[in-house]
Design a binder for this molecule. Sequence first.
Ligand SMILES: [Fe+2]
Length: 236
Amino acid sequence: MDRRNFTFKMAALVFGSAWASRTWGADDLLRTPSQTRGPFYPIPEIEKQSFFDVDLTRKNDASPLAEGEVVAIRGTVVDFSGKSLDRVFVEIWQACNSGRYSHPNDNGASPLDPNFQYWGRMETGVDGLFSFKTILPGKYPGRTPHIHFRVVAPRREILETQLYFQANEELNSKDGVYNSVPAKQRKSVTTALENQAVDAKDPNSPKLPTGLFQIVLGPASDAKSTPGNGPRNPKK
Ligand SMILES: [Fe+2]
């Protein structure tokens, strides 16, 4: 873990105290709907980065900032009862500001951003929190802007889903994948951005537009997560 990611994780943990006190209604605790993985899941490239890396806005501490609006995407992973789940592996991947994926199968004409790290991942602690710093995903033909999630918890079914932005309401309403989500659950995969302090305990903390996403996983079972689909890198 490098210093940059460590710092961001600590901010996420501080933020967590406010997050954990939030009360969720019964409607929030429907299982988060699965959605298509899409063709650009970043295997094997994601294996080449550190296990814990939550800042997609730069390749490393010394590199320039990626193009686009910097945002935070935060949330908790919980079960049906609202209990926080730890040891949950959360991956995200997305298009850069121009709407291009860093993937050999993306033949789009938009330029790649050499400074954007197109994917990130982390593991939740006992508070169930995850937190990523990224840029707003760009729009590409046929889709409304979205961020892909892959969530792997011990003894639970793997969840692959996508997160959308409330500001893109019109584009969302025309998006086939978005519309594949049951109408009553679309709100649960759509986030509004609100300015929030990166460090809730620091009155001088910078603020970032922040989108919240609660991920609800199905019940635990005796079955293990599908072999080969779980976290692949040993934690180093
Ligand atoms: Fe996508």
